[in-house]
Design a protein around this ligand. Structure first.
Ligand SMILES: *Cc1c(COP(=O)(O)O)cnc(C)c1O
Length: 404
């Protein structure tokens, strides 16, 4: 069997479609964010990163960096085991307490990533709750979809953000089934925000539990960075809040929060939790420092909002089309995978701007885009430079401008 031939032929198909993924070879420099070095054939060059999920630059914040360094010096590198077998440390316990407090819940549980937290929690709830049905928003993240698949329970997919459709689908299962409504707050590719209050209302009407992924909101929304549910005063009406430590908190890891029995249930039954090495204690210490800082400081959130508004206004003036939404994510639609990659290459090579093209399967075919994420550390000059570069490309590439 020529296995490599099988691999090559499928990779060739990806290339022909323009969907083959190429890594940018980056070197982050602590303290310089959003500037970073890009290693290329010509050597290395400084570029401005516009597509990072380290949304607030916390991955280079002195408090977070120092917490990690100090914890490594004090406690070493790895955890040395699963949480159950010698990998549990004081740092994990403190971080879980911090997270439970952040979301106003009784308990929290850490995982090695947000992906694993969704996969493990939804998989466990769906498979272990007798008669469970998971009602999943049509645009839920791959990690939730995989968790639901893994659960092998009944499921229904409701139209994205469509509360009436959710209501109908909940009603269809009747009052005796254990229903779980799974959705996100900020959807990462379109940057739209779910109608959380209405979803919670409908779920409560049907006695369903609610499972929200706040991965793109924690640290950035709400007075203490508890997410959109905190901003709307709805955290106590949501059964389970899931988040990541890898995006706005600038570290790594994922978590769920909820009632003590719920969290203990997942802790006790989830294979993706039990059989995997715990996060390094230093990562837990750094994440704790990051969360604590963002609970107290509104500066990063305010400055991010300002720079997002500034970039949007500037794109509007230049006639560059972007999806309107209430979040910090600015999708500039290209609608063609080859063009999307070309524009991204030119931005990097000629303008020192790093925006990764977002193609299928991350977004549907025909909706390829540049996903721009301004943060508090992007300067006004960075914004002017980005919009100037895009305007020049639009002039040359005959891309349709927004109708004013
Ligand atoms: C990134 C992401 C995850 C996974 O989180 P990681 O910590 O990166 O594994 C989960 N849900 C959504 C919506 C995401 O965008």
């Amino acid at each position: 069997m020529d296995f490599d031939a099988i691999f090559r032929s499928q990779l060739d198909t990806l290339r022909e479609e323009g969907n083959y993924r190429i890594f940018a070879d980056m070197e982050r420099r602590c303290g310089a964010f959003p500037k970073a070095d890009n290693h290329c054939e010509a050597g290395r060059r400084e570029v401005t990163v516009w597509c990072s999920n380290d949304y607030l630059g916390m991955g280079q914040h002195p408090k977070v960096v120092n917490a990690m360094i100090e914890a490594v010096r004090a406690h070493g590198t790895g955890a040395g085991g699963t949480r159950n077998i010698s990998g549990n440390t004081v740092q994990h316990r403190m971080l879980e307490a911090e997270l439970a407090d952040l979301h106003g819940k009784e308990a929290a549980l850490l995982f090695t990533s947000g992906y694993v937290s969704n996969w493990a929690a939804l998989g466990t709830l769906g498979s272990r709750i007798p008669g469970a049905v998971i009602l999943s928003d049509a645009l839920n993240h791959a990690s939730m979809i995989e968790g639901i698949r893994h659960a092998r329970c009944d499921k229904a997919i409701w139209k994205h953000n469509d509360v009436e459709d959710l209501d109908r689908k909940l009603a269809a299962w009747g009052p005796d089934r254990a229903k779980i409504v799974a959705f996100e707050s900020v959807y990462s590719m379109d940057g739209d925000i779910a109608p959380i209050a209405e979803i919670v209302e409908v779920a409560e009407k049907h006695g369903a539990m609610t499972y929200i992924d706040e991965v793109h909101a924690v640290g950035m929304y709400g007075p203490r960075g508890g997410g959109v549910a905190e901003e709307l005063g709805l955290m106590d009406r949501i059964t389970l809040i899931e988040g990541t430590l890898g995006k706005a908190f600038g570290c790594m890891g994922g978590y769920i929060t909820g009632s003590a029995p719920l969290v203990d249930f997942v802790r006790s039954f989830a294979s993706g939790f039990i059989f995997s090495t715990a996060l390094p204690p230093a990562v837990a210490a750094a994440a704790t420092a990051s969360i604590r800082h963002l609970k107290e400081s509104g500066f990063e959130r305010a400055r991010q909002k300002r720079q997002v508004a500034k970039l949007r206004a500037s794109l509007d003036r230049a006639g560059i089309p972007h999806l309107p939404n209430p979040s910090h994510i600015i999708p500039v639609m290209i609608k063609d995978p080859v063009k999307c990659r070309e524009i991204s290459n030119i931005l990097m090579d000629r303008f020192g701007i790093y925006v990764q093209p977002i193609n299928y399967p991350t977004v549907p075919k025909g909706t390829e885009r540049l996903r721009i994420t301004p943060g508090p550390l992007h300067s006004d000059a960075d914004i002017d430079h980005l919009v100037g570069a895009l305007a020049e490309l639009w002039k040359h590439c005959a891309l349709s401008r927004a109708v004013a």
